[in-house]
Design a protein around this ligand. Structure first.
Ligand code: SF4
Length: 362
């Protein structure tokens, strides 16, 4: 299906597709027709676009492929609620995407924005593999399409940009992918609501400031992981470039400008960042971030560390987790202590590394 030389139809905006079709003398309404096949029916072959003239289908096949992602493996967690795909791209690089299902009501796709990552967060398997390249907008979108196709009638309800890569380091393509995924169904698009999408950054301050200017209602998550510069620079090296006072100021300005809630992500690592000192420093940081006395504006997500081969740290025991939580609770900081998901197939936060065992259970 894929070919290294050809553009994918998912690489095109509606305007680009319209331009191409106009050059071929096709009417403008074909854009919506084609997008419906791509974004609502998730077809795998141009010939499935049965309401298009045969000549147009032949032209599309001559100039484009439907997609550039080739699934080479899919794994499902023992509890059946998490699935992970490994996709190969035409240049041979590989990325992973994860589907997490919750109680039969919420189905979240966790997608990648880069092949590898240059941010080198110490506990993260993607960071340990280094940076290869940015994904195109179409390659990001296609991960969602694959997962949506698998789900069929039970639609995807949420999308999180929390897979491999730092989304703000691939800003243009990520924003373009969001535009395509939020194009309304009435216009032929995938039609997911912007509020159902969360973008997670490790704290690229210029990205946060730029994102604040976007006319989008996307949720923002900031991977904090430590509340003092000394510790954060060890775990999240980009902190040396954008230290905490700059990060919290940018986040505060973002909230002030957009009036939208931000979540701080915190991978709890035993005897590294699960101490009461760090909890107290986090309380301070959340207060500094919050531009108003409104508890709804900053939320803390605590995720007990998922194991990776290249990092010796591990998740704290329950006693230490609850001790950390109680500091936040007493200070009135809203938080969630997350349940770890998909660890047995290395699909948890920070575990994606594009080395899924080549086996399928579909
Ligand atoms: S945690 Fe995110 S930003 Fe850090 S290395 Fe991993 S993928 Fe990159």
């Amino acid at each position: 299906m894929t070919s290294a030389g050809l553009l994918s139809l998912y690489d095109l905006t509606q305007a680009q597709l319209a331009e191409q079709l106009a050059q071929w003398g096709e009417p403008a309404f074909r854009v919506k027709q084609i997008w419906r096949w791509l974004y609502q029916r998730f077809i795998a072959d141009v010939d499935e676009m049965t309401d298009l003239p045969r000549e147009l289908r032949a032209r599309l096949k001559e100039h484009f492929v439907i997609g550039r992602l080739q699934p080479v493996a899919v794994q499902r967690s023992r509890d059946r609620w998490t699935r992970k795909w490994l996709f190969r791209l035409p240049d041979g690089s590989e990325v992973e995407a994860v589907l997490m299902e919750y109680d039969g009501n919420r189905r979240t796709a966790c997608i990648s924005s880069q092949v590898g990552c240059a941010m080198a967060c110490s506990f993260c398997a993607t960071g340990q593999m280094g940076f290869m390249r940015n994904l195109r907008a179409g390659e990001i979108v296609e991960q969602v399409i694959w997962i949506a196709r698998t789900l069929g009638q039970s639609r995807l309800t949420n999308i999180v940009y929390m897979g491999m890569g730092e989304p703000f380091a691939n800003y243009q393509s990520v924003m373009e992918s969001i535009k395509r995924l939020t194009t309304p169904a009435s216009e032929g698009g995938f039609g997911i609501g912007a509020r159902k999408i969360t973008l997670s950054t490790v704290g690229l301050v210029p990205g946060i400031r730029r994102f604040a200017e976007e006319p989008l209602q996307i949720n923002l998550a900031v991977s904090l992981h430590a509340a003092t510069d000394e510790l954060r620079s060890q775990i999240v090296p980009i902190n040396t470039r954008y230290p905490l006072h700059e990060l919290t100021k940018a986040t505060r300005d973002y909230i002030r400008k957009t009036n939208r809630r931000v979540s701080y992500e915190w991978a709890l690592i035993e005897r590294v960042n699960d101490t009461l000192e760090q909890a107290r420093a986090l309380v301070e940081l959340v207060r500094q971030t919050n531009p108003r006395d409104d508890a709804n504006l900053v939320h803390v997500n605590l995720i007990p560390l998922n194991p990776t081969q290249g990092y010796a740290g591990h998740a704290p025991n329950l006693k230490r987790r609850y001790a950390f939580c109680s500091v936040l609770e007493r200070a009135g900081i809203p938080f969630t202590l997350r349940v770890r998901r998909g660890i047995d197939i290395a699909a948890g936060c920070g575990q994606l590394k594009a080395e899924t065992t080549r086996c399928t259970d579909e």
